[in-house]
Write a protein that binds this ligand. Structure first.
Ligand code: ADP
Ligand code: MG
Length: 612
């Protein structure tokens, strides 16, 4: 006798985390299916708003907020993922992102009264998708596959993983968007061939050429334009409409943000309808006045010819880089909402000399493919994809015993990734690099692969040294770890063979242990992290107590600090990271005056110095 358990069975979902729109899909028995959200839409606009009461709004509702309260909303956050402030200067000229001052290393965007990192904003979108999926499927969703552009680098991929983690999702794998599109069309079944994926979305254009061999996809080349897409087309129509309104109503609306956003919405509506009709009307109603304008497909095509043409150069470059001619391309796949435009379709067909696949909705294919990959990973779909992947995560032990994963489980190899660490103790001149393998949060629970010392770091206060650690796994699965002191350039490296001696059963057991212990581990990692913070603030306060600044405080202030230190020391040994954190906050609060005094003393000292 057997029982089929469908109720509340855990589902792995596939997620397209897009610049303009995001979607979540799942394998419904043998077919991938996009999940409809509570507002009846499959597409969740990648827009996040924060209401004045702090409530977070995502998707269609947030897009409305974007019109009413642009300072409380953010869109296109994907452009900021995994990037530093210096990388995004160009974006900042084109996009009204508000970046918090002093975010040198990590970007923080301002949203109302709060600031968020890009992965945190993306996590809010992921959370919404997760909620939509859980409500539609009536099951817990804690695992997913997320798609990323093929050109995303380590940092951008890592940021995407972080977003998943922040949203409480285990990211089983990141899949390249073009690969996902090919999977959605089942092209992996043909076993061999060259596939071009042409993706024209809202604000970006990507062309990728993939090679399929023995069921494995390899990205041969990518090209594109990070500022080309449907938005450019909208701007053309918007300009015409604004001109019309100016001459018809004698009113220049271009300075009114609200009017422009409303008109933009109406123009987009007309544009999208025009892909299915030979003529449409732009309908804009504004404070009792009505503007109507007919747009024929002919006029539309003359308006966008140069935009469509701008996609062709990158396609030719991409074929050249991939070393293929149009004749060698077996399949062409269209992705992105803007490929619904008939003129785009015919331009692609002419260039590649092949009829592109259009059977699936172009704005859904990536999510559908992600669901197929999710099905493969969860065993719902027969494993057709034999990708070479790392069976377990590889990382190093950090101060406090917590593991920082550098190469994640299921990464395709060859792979390389790196991270920069710092010292935890004042004057530290040696760093022990402890390489571990496994899924658990604490180093002691994982398999130890290698230990080596990076010696001769210049003594500096804790947190100042920069140690760059790089992991490289070659096609044979050999791991090479290099640690380098960024200041002196001193380097140490070792070769380790990660899976040597580990049987498949052991790997399974380690993965299972990590799932069984996920909650314990999470708590242990939080406690370890809180203790590191507690150590730092206790040491700093101790140091401050030996300065003049301490003497300048009132008896009462000194008593408060001493009490707070004692309480933190008590909390330190509890297993409750909330308690430790709360006492850290208290100590932080009561040491404000002390910190200020120290600053003043330092400034006085410096001023004195100038007189010598
Ligand atoms: P992204 O991948 O950038 O998140 P999408 O693939 O969802 O974005 O594409 C969004 C773009 O597609 C928008 O500019 C939207 O107006 C456009 N689009 C959607 N449907 C149509 C249509 N029927 N005709 C023309 N453009 C469309
Ligand atoms: Mg897309």
């Amino acid at each position: 006798m057997f029982q089929i358990e469908f109720e509340n069975q855990e589902k792995v979902v596939g997620i397209d985390l897009g610049t303009t729109n995001s979607l979540v899909a799942w394998m419904n028995l043998t077919k991938p299916e996009v999940i409809v959200g509570e507002d009846g839409d499959k597409l969740v606009p990648s827009v996040v708003s924060i209401a004045s009461d702090g409530q977070i709004i995502v998707g269609n509702a947030a897009r409305q907020e974007l019109i009413d309260h642009p300072e409380r909303s953010i869109y296109s956050v994907k452009r900021l993922m995994g990037r530093g402030v210096e990388d995004v200067q160009e974006e900042l000229k084109l996009f009204p992102f508000r970046i918090a001052a002093g975010s040198e290393s990590v970007i923080r965007v301002v949203l109302g009264e709060k600031t968020f990192t890009p992965p945190e904003v993306s996590a809010l979108i992921l959370r919404q998708l997760r909620k939509n999926a859980e409500e539609a499927l009536g099951a817990t969703v804690s695992k997913c596959v997320i798609t990323v552009p093929a050109y995303f680098n380590d940092a951008q991929r890592q940021a995407t993983r972080d977003a998943g983690r922040i949203a409480g999702l285990e990211v089983l794998r990141l899949v390249n968007e073009p690969t996902a599109a090919a999977l959605a069309y089942g092209l992996d079944k043909r076993k061999e061939g060259i596939i071009a994926v042409y993706d024209l979305g809202g604000g970006t254009f990507d062309i990728s050429i993939l090679k399929l061999q023995d069921g494995i996809f390899e990205v041969l080349a990518t090209n594109g334009d990070t500022h080309l897409g449907g938005d450019d087309i909208d701007n053309r129509l918007l300009r015409i409409a604004l001109e019309d309104v100016k001459s018809e109503w004698g009113e220049d609306l271009s300075a009114s943000g609200e009017a422009v956003q409303t008109l933009r919405r109406d123009v987009i509506r007309a544009k999208e309808a025009l892909s299915f009709a030979p003529v449409v009307t732009i309908e804009f109603d504004w404070h009792g006045k009505a503007y109507r304008r007919e747009i024929t497909r002919e006029l539309f095509e003359s308006l966008i010819t140069d935009i469509v043409d701008r996609t062709l150069g990158p396609c030719r470059d991409c074929m050249r880089d991939a070393g293929v001619t149009p004749e060698q391309i077996d399949e062409v796949v269209l992705v992105g909402g803007s490929t619904r435009i008939p003129m785009v379709r015919s331009a692609v067909e002419v260039l590649f000399r092949a009829k592109p696949h259009t059977e699936l909705n172009p704005d859904e294919v990536v999510a559908l493919g992600a669901a197929v990959q999710a099905g493969i990973l969860s065993g719902t779909v027969e494993n057709q994809l034999l990708l070479d992947v790392t069976p377990l995560s590889l990382g190093i032990e950090m101060y406090g015993g917590v593991v920082s994963k550098i190469i994640h489980r299921n990464s395709t190899i060859p792979a390389s990734a790196g991270e920069t660490f710092t010292t935890g103790v004042d004057g530290q001149t040696n760093v022990l690099i402890h390489v571990v393998q496994g899924e658990r949060e604490l180093a002691k629970d994982n398999r130890s692969l290698a230990r080596f010392d990076l010696k001769g770091i210049d003594p500096m206060p804790a947190g100042y040294a920069r140690v760059e650690v790089r992991f490289l796994i070659d096609a044979n699965g050999i791991l090479n770890v290099t640690a380098r002191d960024a200041r002196t350039g001193k380097e140490q490296s070792v070769d380790v063979k990660p899976s040597y001696g580990l049987t498949d059963e052991q790997v399974e057991a380690m993965i299972e242990a990590s799932i069984d212990h996920a909650e314990d581990d999470y708590n242990a990692a939080q406690v370890a992290g809180a203790r590191v913070d507690a150590d730092a603030i206790l040491a700093a306060t101790d140091k401050a107590k030996r300065t003049d600044a301490w003497v300048e405080l009132s008896d009462e202030e000194r008593q408060k600090i001493t009490d707070a230190m004692n309480r933190l020391q008590l909390a330190y040994h509890s297993d409750d990271h909330h308690l430790i954190q709360a006492q850290i906050d208290v100590l932080n609060e009561v040491t404000h005056a002390l910190a200020e005094n120290m600053m003043n003393t330092a400034v006085r000292g410096a001023l004195k110095g100038t007189h010598v």
